[in-house]
Design a protein around this ligand. Structure first.
Ligand SMILES: Cc1cc2nc3c(=O)[nH]c(=O)nc-3n(C[C@H](O)[C@H](O)[C@H](O)COP(=O)(O)OP(=O)(O)OC[C@H]3O[C@@H](n4cnc5c(N)ncnc54)[C@H](O)[C@@H]3O)c2cc1C
Ligand code: FES
Length: 301
């Protein structure tokens, strides 16, 4: 048996073994340089799979859906979970956008193209694409939690299935213009007529011509229809806390609203009990939950 065959078999048997990835590209996403995107490629091509004629990226080992996450490991430092920021429709790389927070993320921020890291995944559930088909989609994001929302928006627009979804409204806010991530994507989405892109910052600054105000207030002004709609909301807890009553006021039911939790994790595969909320493992049953599901759980998130 060759090394390559052995490698694949060992991975398949042991979910704790990371795949070997090489950093292809590093991009500063914000002007304060605390958030970087890392485009990763598989060192062993059999890990990475291939693309279908429709451009969908799949492999028995790594086939993902927007909303899922991975554990990234830095040799000698440890492992941490990160949402997948690329869409399965994007070829040749898997993107993660990481805020410098502590041990793993600081080391990750010091790495360069050509450096190697480990990846376990994809892990967890994903945004409810089947439930979303035929409905209007409202995507609401704040700060750096926009990562998996980027994956979702790119997927909705680029998978060749745009006509299966109704109106798409995106509301994305940050404290300042320089803290809005994915500036090229935002500009491209703003220029399209099949998505309503609303950007907002907390306080007016010279040269800013878009909205000013907190995400909950702007959501109320934009007033997306609740009729036949699904809302996906990811952001800092305070943003979510103040946005939920606005959604209720607009007529959204708990069953129509989804969010993604970021509880502390260790194994990422439902074994260690580190991430549970009531009887749910966030790493396995989530990280994506409807507000109806969360209403039945203790407030441990
Ligand atoms: C499903 C999921 C998806 C995530 N996606 C992303 C992403 O796309 N981009 C991103 O930048 N981060 C993401 N995170 C958060 C990220 O995993 C943590 O910031 C990471 O663990 C920090 O690792 P570290 O070793 O650098 O920090 P540490 O050295 O472990 O900690 C640094 C500081 O952050 C605190 N901390 C660490 N993790 C958490 C947590 N989960 N909740 C509250 N406080 C915490 C610690 O107490 C400490 O104060 C995600 C988390 C989850 C569970
Ligand atoms: S992180 Fe171990 S059970 Fe979820």
């Amino acid at each position: 048996m060759s090394d390559t065959q052995l490698c694949t078999c060992v991975h398949a048997a042991n979910p704790y073994l990371p795949m070997n990835m090489v950093i292809q590209r590093v991009v500063d996403e914000t002007d304060d340089r605390t958030i970087k995107s890392f485009d990763l490629a598989f060192v062993h091509s059999e890990d990475g799979g291939e693309y279908s004629s429709r451009g969908e990226y799949s492999s028995p080992r790594f086939s993902y859906v927007p909303g899922q996450f991975c554990e990234l490991s830095i040799f000698g430092q440890g492992e941490a979970p990160f949402g997948i920021a690329s869409s399965p429709t994007e070829k040749g790389f898997v993107r993660f956008t990481v805020k410098k927070a502590g041990v793993v993320t600081s080391k990750l921020h010091s790495l360069k193209p050509g450096d190697n890291i480990g990846l376990r995944g994809p892990l967890g559930n994903h945004f409810p694409l089947e439930f979303m088909r035929g409905k209007n989609i409202v995507v609401i994001g704040g700060g750096f939690a926009f990562t998996t929302l980027r994956s979702l928006i790119v997927y909705l627009l680029e998978s060749g299935e745009r006509d299966q979804f109704g109106k798409i409204t995106v509301i994305y806010g940050a404290r300042t213009p320089g803290l809005l991530m994915y500036q090229q994507d935002l500009a491209a989405w703003e220029a399209r007529d099949d998505i309503e892109m609303v950007q907002t910052i907390d306080v007016a600054v010279p040269g800013w011509t878009r909205r000013v105000g907190f995400v909950p207030n702007v959501t109320e002004q934009v007033a997306p229809t609740a009729a036949n709609s699904v809302a996906i909301i990811c952001g800092p807890p305070i943003m979510i806390r103040f946005t939920l009553p606005v959604m209720t006021k607009l007529g959204f039911q708990k069953e129509q609203i989804y969010t993604s939790l970021e509880n502390r994790m260790k194994c990422g595969i439902g074994k260690c009990g580190r991430c549970n909320v009531g009887n749910k493992y966030v790493c396995l049953d989530g990280p994506v939950f409807s507000m109806a599901e969360l209403a039945g759980l203790p407030p441990e998130y």
